[in-house]
Design a binder for this molecule. Structure first.
Ligand code: PLP
Length: 392
């Protein structure tokens, strides 16, 4: 059966050309750890890790390589930041479009602190968006307290594709001396965006979505100010400073205990080079053009409801649909099993986003394009949706 992969919001497929080979080459020809040996292969691996940090620092607009910290995914990066920063009695602001990777660590801490952690959730509208300009400023000011320590938010929703106004929130944080923490899971490698301009304190990323790398590698780019007060999530060996009883204070070792995912870093290095050569704008333009065509097709099919923004200027290539006359799960399953269209149905680990969009608890059927998809994929999917609705 034909396979049309439209689940790129969960994890991208295919990966960038060269990723599989890079992982294979590391596993078959290099195989060494770093910071723990002085032989040639260990030095080569060290160089690739250094080079990957350099590529990430350039990508996220950070001038200090050591401030790029590797983790296994963005969930770990967000846990590292949230748990390392927030103390008893603190207050933090977030949005109603967050993934559980933000919400669950916050809720977990809240319980651990016997409710002595306040979390304000900015209500997004029916399109999953926040207001702009003065209205946004007023909303944020209304939630500000003397104990507010940070704002943490996603750049774009993994449910509706809505892009949130990071730059404006960043300016607010700087005016009010708050830490600014962002979740780029749905935008890094997808939106042509100057992350460095935000001057965020933590830019959390995951390697296996838009960055087109393998699973199991992610990270966070930390500001010096935040990293100097952040507690490490885990402690242990770093290869260096072994005589110290405690975790070294210098970066990145402070936050990188244990052996790094070197096959993952080799793969990510390859995909970052691919993205650099191709230019993110090329990717964004292609994805939005496919999305536009898909949305146009959807508008002409009866019995389909688009959830989220219809304007391309406020969205990514993640499209959620609801089928009021048909069971979403049934339709999703039919698309996958009969037509080979890989999609995802349900709450997508973001229950609050669905409450915001009016699709809780049923959820939506989500289609998410990558630049590897084609117009044929879009046409085929539209035809398949039409057929499913006709057959009931
Ligand atoms: C917005 C958002 N944040 C966080 C995550 C978690 O990503 P990971 O599983 O790579 O940690 C996802 C994954 O779907 C996401 O879409």
């Amino acid at each position: 059966m034909k396979r049309i992969y439209l689940d790129n919001a969960a994890t991208s497929f295919p990966k960038a050309p060269g990723v599989a080979q890079a992982v294979y080459d590391y596993l078959t020809s290099v195989g060494s750890n770093i910071n723990r040996g002085a032989y040639q292969e260990a030095l080569e691996a060290e160089e690739v890790v250094y080079d990957t940090r350099e590529l990430l620092a350039e990508f996220f607009g950070c001038s200090q390589l050591e401030n790029v910290v590797f983790t296994k995914n963005i969930t770990e990066s967000l846990n590292l930041t949230i748990r390392g920063l927030l103390k008893l009695g603190d207050h933090i602001i977030t949005t109603s479009m967050e993934h559980n990777a933000v919400l669950r660590p916050l809720n977990h801490l809240k319980i651990n602190y016997n409710d002595s952690l306040d979390v304000s959730i900015l209500p997004c509208d029916q399109y999953g968006d926040l207001p702009r300009g003065q209205a946004l400023d007023t909303l944020l000011t209304n939630h500000l307290t003397p104990r507010t320590k940070a704002i943490i938010m996603t750049h774009a929703s993994n449910v509706s594709g809505t892009i949130l106004p990071l730059q404006e929130v960043s300016s607010f944080c700087h005016r009010h001396n708050l830490f600014f923490i962002i979740d780029t899971a749905q935008t890094a490698g997808i939106l042509d965006y100057s992350f460095g301009d935000l001057k965020a304190d933590a830019i959390a990323f995951t390697g296996h979505k838009g960055l087109l790398g393998p699973q199991g590698i992610g990270g966070v780019v930390l500001s010096t100010k935040l990293s100097s007060i952040l507690e490490p999530l885990i402690t242990g060996g770093t290869g260096a400073s072994s005589e110290d009883d405690l975790q070294p204070v210098h970066l990145p070792d402070r936050f990188e205990a244990g052996t790094l995912n070197l096959p993952g870093i080799y793969g990510l290095n390859s995909s970052l080079n691919y993205l650099k050569e191709l230019h993110i704008k090329t990717i964004m333009d292609k994805e939005l053009s496919l999305t536009e065509s898909f949305l146009n097709g959807i508008h002409s099919i009866k019995g389909v409801k688009l959830i989220g923004p219809s304007s391309l200027s406020h969205r990514t290539a993640v499209v959620s649909l609801d089928f009021p006359n048909m069971d979403n799960a049934l339709l999703s399953h039919k698309l996958a099993s009969v037509f080979g269209i890989t999609n995802r149905c349900g709450l997508h680990c973001a229950p609050l986003a669905h409450k915001t969009l009016g699709t809780f608890p049923e959820g939506t059927v989500r289609f998410s394009f990558s630049h590897f998809n084609t117009q044929d994929d879009v046409d085929y999917t539209l035809k398949a949706i039409k057929q499913c609705l006709q057959e009931g």
